[in-house]
Structure formats: C-alpha cells, structure tokens
Design a protein around this ligand. Structure first.
Ligand code: MUC
Ligand code: MG
Length: 378
C-alpha cells in the first residue's frame, strides 16, 4: 500500500512577459502553489494550485491555498493509502469546506502519483485520451489596441494562435467595444475574437456591450456580469446571438447544474482548479454535455504543471467546441518544467505521461521560490 508519507508545498512567483491587464488586476507576475506528495513506496505526485491577481479573482489566494493545505488538508491525509483517491478526497471534503483550488492541487498530485505508479497517463485513468493536441487561444491584454494587434499578428505569423480572447471591462463600455472592433477589423477572418469581462459590467452595461460586441464580429463573451446575478446571465443568454460563456459563476458541478438548468450561459469555461479538481472538472463537463452546452478548456494561468493536468482531462473530451486557452506557461518569462509543453500549428500537445506528464526543473523552482517549502510528514 503506497501511503501518503510527506506533503510539501512551495510558492513560486514567476514574472509575466508583459503586464496582463484584466478588469480587476494587472498581473506582472504569476504566483503558483506547487505540491509534491511523496508516497511510502518511493513514488511521487505533483500538483498545482493557482489563482489570478492575488485575491482579486476569487476568495482563494496563493497564501491561503498553501496555508489550507499545510494546516488542514495535509495533517488529515498523511498516512492514508495514496491509491484510494476517492477515500482521500471525500475525507478532505468533510474536513474542508470550499477552497476548491487547494483541494484541486492535492487531488492532482494524487492522480499524478497513481498514474506514475501504474505507468499510464492520467488521461487513461479518465477513460483514455481521444485527442493528441487541442486548439489553444491566446489572451490579448496589453491594455493597448495597437500593441494587441501587433501581438496577434505575430502569433498568427508564427502559427501559434489564431483564437484570441481580449480582456476588457476596465474602460467605458463604448471604448471597450471600439477596442474590440479595431482588433476584429485588423485580423478579419484570420482569427476568432472573443472577450472576457471578468464580471466588470452592470446589467445595463452588458446590454449595450453585447449588442456592440456582436456587431463588431466578436463571437463570444465570457462572464460579463457578476457571478451572483444568475437571472441576468440568463436574460443576456436569451436575448443576444453572441455566445455567453460562464466562468466565475462555475465553481464545480453544483453550480454547473444550476447554470445549465436556468440557461445562464451557452458555454462552460471548464477550469480544473475552479471545479475542485480533475474529477469535479469531469463532472462539470458531463453536465455541460448533458445540457447541450458548448465547452471550452479554461485556465487559471497555471504553469506547465497545472496546464499538463488540465490537458490530461480535456484530451478525454469528445468535443471542446470552443477549444482551449491552456497557454499559461507562455505568459511567463521562464519555464519551470524540465519537459516544457509543446505549442505548434495553433495547437497545444497533450503530454504523454506517465501521470500528468510533467517533471519540474528544480533549479528553476528553487530560483523562483518565495520562501522555504512547507512540509507535513506522517
Ligand atoms: C479568466 O478569467 O478566464 C484566462 C485567460 C486569461 O488571460 O486570464 C484567465 C482568467
Ligand atoms: Mg474568465
């Protein structure tokens, strides 16, 4: 029996290649909580818990993720059988309410450990991959229309991305619509243009915004208003042709059911961390499929570790109608994986495993580490 022996967490801060301007924060570094579980048979599993813009995106912060794991999750699960992932995660759910990103980091490390012990990729533990590569979007968020156009042109030219998500919601609605329109016109039919408002608009803003965006040729709008205004999300979904995508409103299968049943969105942005882990992410996907909604492989802008884990799950999904945005490692100035994820021909390749298929470059991890690692032992 491979017992959970030691759980280590470490916070790394890696600079971004440019300021990433979102409606609620401008990111100049990305902060990831890395988790390593050591098992009694000598095997290991890796996981990542990452959020966006400190505490500006959701109620978990990098520091809370580390603290929840160190203080509440790890002491409760050391000594348990590492192969019994359901038993461990169900116990964690009884011990800890919420804190889905922290739970996801631990659950990912358990799946990675199990896959490595069995010598198979995690996708196989979820029924098998049906894709070797997936389309991958890039986010244009420099804060300037001309810089964004130049960046998009370069991405198209290099064959890296032709799906672009524009981060808006910081300026007046009319200015945002003009920004999107300028970029859409410049790129024409060479690219698919979507936007993410990160909840910044009021319902009134959103009525003008959605009308303007669809006239500008934008095909999808993500989380235009606050997650708690479900009725208003449903109203916007019903009223406009442009696809409305659920992001912050979607925290696991329970939310997925409510969003689907009340037609609050046309598309689910499935995020592994926000769902509470790979299994919960699979449940969100199943609910979206059952409701006939579109699916999109979302990101919390994770490093290659969390990105590899998400790829294992998304590779098992028949149709991701809106592709993925698993570009997190490309937003960072440096790579912390010893085996970087491959991006080419407008796609991201699914790591071939075993486990999540990611190995850390420990020199890099130590270089970007904020503090000593924290360790809980059996
Ligand atoms: C979000 O809200 O979707 C995903 C891509 C990106 O640039 O930011 C994230 C967060
Ligand atoms: Mg979003």
């Amino acid at each position: 029996m491979p017992k959970i022996d030691v759980i280590e967490t470490m916070i790394v801060d890696v600079p971004t290649i440019r300021g990433h301007v979102l409606s609620m924060a401008t990111m100049r570094t990305q902060t990831a909580v890395l988790v390593r579980i050591r098992f009694s048979d000598g095997s290991e599993g890796l996981g990542e818990g990452t959020t966006i813009g400190g505490l500006s995106y959701c109620p978990e912060s990098p520091e809370s993720i580390q603290s929840v794991i160190e203080t509440y999750i790890a002491p409760g699960i050391v000594g348990l059988d590492g192969d019994d992932i359901n038993a461990v995660t169900q116990l964690v759910d009884r011990m800890v309410q919420g804190n889905r990103i922290a739970k996801s980091a631990i659950e990912t490390a358990l799946w990675d450990g199990l896959g490595k012990r069995l010598g198979v990729p995690v996708s196989q533990l979820f029924g098998g991959a049906v894709h070797k590569r997936l389309p991958v979007a890039w986010t244009l968020a420099s804060g300037n229309s001309d810089t964004d156009i130049a960046e998009a042109e370069e991405m198209i030219e290099r064959g890296r991305h032709n799906i672009f998500k524009l981060k808006i919601g910081k300026r007046a609605v009319a200015d945002d619509v003009a920004h999107v329109s300028k970029i859409a016109k410049a790129l024409g039919d060479r690219a698919s243009i979507r936007v993410d408002v990160n909840q910044a608009w009021s319902l009134q803003d959103a009525r003008w915004g959605l009308k303007g965006l669809q006239e500008a040729g934008c095909v999808l709008v993500e989380q235009p208003i606050k997650a708690r205004y479900r009725h208003a999300m449903a109203e916007l979904t019903a009223k406009y042709e442009i696809a409305l995508m659920a992001d912050e409103i979607l925290n696991g299968p329970e939310d997925a059911l409510v969003v689907a049943a009340n037609h609050c969105a046309d598309v689910f942005a499935v995020k592994v961390a926000q769902s509470g882990g790979l299994k919960r992410g699979a449940e969100v996907i199943a609910i979206g499929q059952a409701a006939g909604l579109g699916l999109y492989g979302g990101t919390m802008l994770e490093t290659g570790l969390g990105t590899s884990a998400a790829l294992q799950l998304f590779a098992t999904v028949d149709r991701l109608e809106w592709g993925t945005e698993l570009f997190g490692p490309l937003l960072l100035t440096d790579e912390i994986l010893a085996n970087p994820i491959v991006y080419k021909d407008f796609n991201v390749e699914v790591p071939q495993g075993p486990g999540i298929g990611a190995e850390l470059d420990m020199d890099k991890v130590n270089f970007y580490s904020r503090d000593r690692s924290k360790t809980v032992r059996a």
